[in-house]
Design a protein around this ligand. Sequence first.
Ligand code: NAP
Length: 496
Amino acid sequence: MSETIKSELVIGGEHRSSSDGATFEVRNPATNQLLANVPRATFDDTRAAIDFAEDAFEKWSETPAPARAEFLYKVGEMIRKNENELAEILTLEEGKALNESLAEVIEGYDTIMYIAAEGRRMWTYVSPSEQQDKTCMVIRRPVGIVGVVTPWNFPFSIPLWKIPPALVAGNTVVFKPASATPLIAQKIVSMFEKAGLPEGVLNFVTGPGSGVGETIVSDERVKVISFTGESTTGHHIAESNSRFFRRQVLELGGKNPIIVADDADLSVAVPAILYAGFSNCGQKCTAGSRVIVMENIHEKFVEQFVKGAKALRVGNGMKPGIQVGPLINEKAREKVEGYVEIGNSEGAKLSLGGKKFADQERKLGFFFEPTIFDEASNDMRISQEEIFGPVVSVIEAGDMYEAVQIANDTKYGLSSAVYTKDLRNAFETISKLRSGIGYVNQGPTGAEVHLPFGGLKETGSGRESGEAAIENYTEKKAIYVDYSYKVRPWFFTSDS
Ligand code: NAP
């Protein structure tokens, strides 16, 4: 796959370049090689995408939901059939190890197949009425145009958490992917086109968040913004949304704690915590970036954790056996380098890593050593701020009570985990941790598509996946049906 990949806007079913011909580059983060020149949509291009979504809405929203679901099933089949090609594009563009990309593609498949079945569910309820010969029911209606704005770190699965439920519920979509990963996003759109989705139902615009993203978010005709990204961007989008009383799904940052109790089996916990901290080079909203360890096992844990991290194979994710790929770009690497300086100046002990790689092959890309700060405290910036790189803080706690206090002392609240063999300890701890997702004897990553996903505090609002998916993209309408055909005793009558 050495040739560049073609990328086009898809507006009202038509493939277009940007109307002013402008493009931006997409590069492979492992090699810095050019992968594609991608259209930089203008304000008018983005408005046109919203116009087409508006035009297509009526017919699509009246299409029976099981018929809408058929398009999703077809895309699901295409994903499964082309999973290896999709995984390769994902790794080329985002950098994660090929087996992780494949897992992400399969998660996308699981999601779309799960959501397609909603075409025959979208359950609500029928309820009794206060009055005789009358019944009440709740139906779901689509909300309208959905603006889908996604990040680069899960560029296949996150759009598939959003687009399929929006479509099966009868909405039309304008999709803007992250500028670092528009190529795998284009593949998603092209599978929907191949499935025969009517023109204008799914529109695709690429370009910067400050231009294309802002245009979508500032357009009152867009009735739902489904956004995943940084908390700062989410705050800004929430302000726009409040102007229109608009429905929103905001899935934002994380600084996820893992508590290791003194009875934990370290032979199980350490490999899982390595995966939680360093897979996808730490670029996961659910990354386990704070490990809180009981002081009586702290030394033993750090010894094993550092040894395991040293042995991780870091390199081009396309190569067999690679476990950790590069950071997404130079800006991300500079950010991580900045946090290593901060950690050193705050007095944490750099037990491993802290540098970029200097060898011939890896210096081409944006690689960074798995980095462990031991003797960190929770008030340090390295323990509080989302670094979004391969940097883990290890923090000591005297007992489980203190560990929970430390874990909850963060502005984020996405995911958390506890390692222990004591069932009582596990349940007590997990129920006290302030996060949207909790894991016992598993790192804080690895959500399944039929459960709700999302967090508290600065991690945003709302949930995705599971039953939440349909809630996000439907309006519930209460309907009262009077089959008495009688005049009811109202408070006044027609002759009063
Ligand atoms: P980001 O910088 O906030 O960007 C996310 C998306 O928003 C991109 O498509 C971006 O476009 C666009 N955007 C930027 N500014 C915008 C604006 N003013 N108006 C509208 N759109 C705008 O986040 P990222 O760096 O791509 O992703 C990493 C972040 O996502 C991390 O904080 C991570 O924790 C979070 N995340 C959260 C979850 C979750 O479910 N909670 C999952 C994955 C990632 P450009 O790419 O063109 O800038």
